[in-house]
Design a protein around this ligand. Sequence first.
Ligand code: SF4
Ligand code: FES
Length: 369
Amino acid sequence: MNETEPGLPIGILAELTHRCTLQCAYCSNPLELLKADRELGTAEWISIFEQAADLGILQVHLSGGEPTLRRDLPDLVAALARRGVYSNLITAGVGVDGPTVERLAAAGLDHVQLSFQGARSETTELIGRLRGAHERKLAAARAVREAGLPLTVNAPIHRRNIDEVELFIELALDLGAERLEIANVQYYGWALLNRAALMPPREAVERQIEIVEAARAALRGVLAIDFVAPDYYARYPKACMGGWARDAFMITPDGTAMPCHAASTIPHLVFDNAARTPLEAIWRRSPAFEAYRGTAWMKDPCRSCDRREIDFGGCRCQAMALAGDPAATDPACSLSPLHGRVLQLAEGDAASEVETFRYRRIGAAAEPA
Ligand code: SF4
Ligand code: FES
C-alpha cells in the first residue's frame, strides 16, 4: 500500500448495539458499554451504509452486542441489499426465531454467523450466563438453514471449552454449517479482565491444533474450518484487522469510527464519528486511522523485519496492553524483547485456579473479581 494514499476499504464491522442477551466474559466490546440511548438511529446507519456502498465497500458485518435486539435490523439489511453490499449477521442466536430469520432473509440478508459458547449445553450456559441458551441457539441455527441462508458456527475457545473442539466440529456438521470458525480468545476488553480464568495451557492448545488439522483434512469439501491461533503461545502475531486501517474498520453503536475493536484503549487516539463526518474523509484522513497505517510508524525489530508487511507488527492494542506502547512490536511476537514475559504470563494464567468470571455487563468491570 502507498504510505500517503490508502487503498479503499472492503469491509465494515457495524456494532449496532452493545445490548446483549448474554454476558460472555471474553466479549470484545469495551469495558464501558454504551446504553441504548447512545445508539445511532435507523436513518444514521442507513446513511453510513449508503456512503459505504459509494466507497466500494463489499461487505458489512452486522454485529453487537446482539444486533437482532435492534427492531430496525430488517430495514438496515434491506438498505445494504439495495446497494448490493454483502450483509453478514453476527449473532448469539438467543431469541432469533424462525419468523425473525424469515424477515431478515426476505430483506436480503446474505449470511449468518452464529456463536456457540460451548458445544455442550452446560458450557454455553456457564459462559453466556443464560439458562436454556444452548437450545435456543440450536433452534436459531435450524431456522437459518431452513431459510436457505449459509451458516457459519463461531466457537470462541479458551480454557473452559478447549476440550470441546471435537464436539464443536460435530455440532457444526449436525447443523449443516458451511464453515466453522474456531477462534482462540483474543485478550483485550473483557477477555483481558478475565485472562486468568480463560487462558488455556500450552498442551491443550497443541492438542487442539492437531484436532483441527486432522479435521480440516478429513472434511475438505464438507466443512471449511477457520482457525485463529492463540496469540500468547504463537511464534508470530496475526495481522490484527488485516493491518491497521488497511482494508476494514469498525463503527461502534454511537457512530465512533475506529480501526479495530480495542482502539479506544490507546489513550492518545481521537476518533471521528461516522454520523457527523463523511466516511471517505474518516478513511482517508482520520488521524486515528493514519496513526499506525502502513509501516512508517514501526520501530525495531518490526521496522527491519521481513514480515512487516505480512503481520504489520501484530496488534497495536495488545502492544498497548502488554508493553504500554502501541507502537511497540506486539509482545506476542517471538522477536519482541517482551515475548518471554508474555509466555510467563500465559503459563501463570493457565495454571491459575481462578474460576470465577467478571461477566460482561454495565458496571461489572469495576467490581472486585
Ligand atoms: Fe511481525 Fe514485527 Fe514480529 Fe516481525 S518483529 S514478525 S513484523 S511483529
Ligand atoms: Fe486493536 Fe488489534 S485489537 S489492533
